[in-house]
Design a protein around this ligand. Sequence first.
Ligand code: NDP
Length: 452
Amino acid sequence: MSNYDFDYFVIGGGSGGVRSARIAVGHGAKVAIAEGKDYGGTCVNVGCVPKKLFAYASDFGPAFEDARGYGWSATRPAFDWNILLKNKNEEIKRLNSAYKTLLDNAGVKRFDDYASFINTHTLEVGGEQITAEHILIATGGTPRRPTFKGAEHVIVSDEAFYLKDFPKSVVLQGGGYVAVEFAHIFHGLGAHVTLLYRGPMFLRGFDEDMPPFLAEEMKKQGIDLHFETDIESVSKNDDQFIVNTTTGRKIETGLVFSAIGRDPNIDGLNVKAAGIALTETGQIKINEDYQTNIPHIYAVGDVANQYHLTPVALAEGHVLADRLFNKQKDRSVDYRYVPTAIFSGPPCGTVGLSEQDARAKGLEIEIYKTDFKPMIHTLSGRDERTFMKLIINKADNKVIGCHMVGRDVPEMLQGIAVAMNAGATKADFDRTIGIHPTSAEEFVTMRTPVSN
Ligand code: NDP
């Protein structure tokens, strides 16, 4: 029995924090959690979950049109943003309360307030001083606000989930996950979308075949993509906004949405009081064991990580609790093949190395690629194509990279990630029987490498 109020105090009730608290209490630790806002964190409240619900809503738009080729004659029905918003909000409320129940039932003591450090073992939570033997910082991140002239007229993703009115047109700034996903959402729901990205091709860092393929698909749908273009300033004119771009263009729009990345949530934590070191980019600095420079203070998830992915935070929170309270010192997160999907239209997904990264590592590789019209569009008449790519390490025949743009990618890639984590070779893929007729079967039927 320690001399502290709690064995483990978790700051932040998002994915990483809640998982870690629940696992720790399951191992017999005395655990508390502090969350000043809504339980579930970014993912549940202003991220993955509402985003996916919006993406589903958006997918119906073109689906009504695609149905005509299959004999359905109805025209596209009207879309009501208020209904979507209300139903989404109810679902999020349900999840918030499910998270609280989960914690309560597990026996985690909840402090529905913000916590800040007084010293390395003491926190202030809602006016109380609480001590803990181990402390986890899992406070996540927050959307970065732009700084150009007129930035006060611009929304970021947190606000996009609560817009009062659905705009007729949107200008998006950025070329990462959020910009590309919201381009799909707004376009599918009926807004005219313009996406401005400062570099030559958005989704920088992904396999270099994937972003241009997606860009072509987005352009075919009527989304305006402007690369090498950024926002210089924004002004307001009645209920419209005027975006002045760095290329001299003026765009009138109903909404300007900036998606230029996220910053770690450390304001208010008073990390200085505990002497916790930060990285150059302001994240909590941790070692391989998720330890900060103060050995009994840890951090997981977006506040400390380059991977801003819920499943990564979950895995880290879990591993940390196992290590601390179940003597499983050898537990670790395997970061080699972290699958990720972009819920764009069509969606994209990726596991493992990009071609450029594999080459930069000096690996001798074999590339398999295909692109085709998915079967659903033979009758829908939609001009949409699917792209798939496998990267094989010649030395051991292992599949080390998989990249795809096309319908159902996020569902497909989870299985491919399992295979890659298990060390599957191209020969394993080749001897696997396909499921016919699907797009996924192409992953086991690509026979001829395209380049070496
Ligand atoms: P990202 O870091 O993915 O992308 C930021 C984009 O904004 C990049 O295109 C970047 O350009 C650009 N940018 C950065 N700074 C500026 C600036 N000052 N002016 C103009 N453009 C700028 O951030 P997101 O906001 O899209 O997403 C945040 C995080 O959330 C991501 O890391 C992602 O992991 C996570 N996320 C994951 C999702 C999923 O798993 N499906 C969905 C949504 C978010 P450049 O490339 O040139 O640096």
